[in-house]
Design a binder for this molecule. Structure first.
Ligand code: MN
Length: 289
């Protein structure tokens, strides 16, 4: 099943070109204080069995006529894996504009990082470069959406804690600052076009993923090259913190990262999930202080 958020917080099921509004199946009036995680993803185990009966009596929207938002509205955290493809580690260590004097070794040593939730946007919005004079890169990544609370999870059980998968863009300014800082600018976390539930993905560690900029391939790889695969990332992350429904793990980017500039259009695709286009804003101007 493909679940999206669209047209200002409507929740939808995508079937081919049709999108059915299933917002009515959810409790959308949370009471403060909110539990950790995303309020809607948390309700999915109860709602999923009701969807097909409900949808059969609804009139669909057309996919081409809606605005897609980030399919998770309020993840408790967005976790990033900085160096999780061998060929990306090699290109980073070979390019001072990427490594800024660091030598990247392994995730075991560097660990993960957290991207601010306030960076999150969906495909109908635009990435805004607040520092267009610096190097701003695209990083296409398989994004894992957690489905239930996970703590000290073992490798063999890790996929039990997954709700589904999306395309993630881990937009990044290169520079000497800590990753969580450089990767958390507003609009620097893109999720979309929808969540594909895990039952539709036979093996998340065997998916082609790519990104084109202005029609030209920049990254084109396969999650089979992940160093920490999806299960190991969940096992590793859940040793450091509890994962909650709606938490997102961006699994790392393959080689081919490169600069984007105002006016560029990115088109990202992951096998079994779909494709999304997202633009770098042309007219966004950083206020001068
Ligand atoms: Mn990344």
């Amino acid at each position: 099943m493909r679940l999206c958020r669209f047209n200002r917080d409507r929740i939808g099921v995508v079937e081919g070109e049709a999108v059915y509004d299933i917002t009515a199946l959810f409790d959308v009036q949370p009471a403060w204080p909110l539990p950790h995680g995303d309020w809607i993803v948390r309700q999915m185990p109860e709602v999923l069995p009701k969807i097909s009966g409900y949808v059969s009596e609804q009139k669909p929207f057309l996919l081409s006529g809606i605005r897609l938002e980030s399919p998770v509205a309020n993840p408790g955290k967005i976790i990033g894996a900085p160096i999780n493809y061998r060929a990306h580690i090699d290109e980073a260590n070979a390019d001072k504009a990427i490594n800024h004097g660091k030598t990247f070794t392994s995730l075991d040593q560097y660990g993960l990082f957290i991207k601010a939730n306030s960076a999150l946007i969906g495909p109908s919005e635009e990435v805004k470069l607040s520092f267009p004079d610096r190097r701003n890169d695209h990083e296409v990544e398989l994004a894992v959406v957690i489905g239930k609370e996970a703590r000290f999870v073992k490798y063999d059980q890790a996929l039990d804690y997954v709700f589904g998968y999306c395309i993630g863009l881990d937009m990044t300014i290169r520079g000497p600052e800590f990753p969580g800082f450089r990767k958390s600018l507003d609009t620097f976390a893109v999720l979309g076009p929808w969540i594909v539930t895990k039952d539709e993905i036979a093996d998340p560690n065997k998916l082609g993923l790519s990104i084109k900029v202005n029609g030209e391939f920049r990254q084109n790889s396969n999650t089979s090259y992940l160093i920490f695969d999806v299960q190991r990332l969940i096992e590793y992350a859940s040793r450091f913190y509890t994962l909650y429904p709606g938490d997102v793990i961006m699994t790392g980017t393959p080689e081919g990262v490169s600069q984007v500039n105002p006016g560029d259009v990115m088109e990202a695709e992951i096998e079994g999930i779909g494709r999304m286009q997202i633009a770098i804003a042309r007219d966004w101007v950083t206020p001068r202080l």
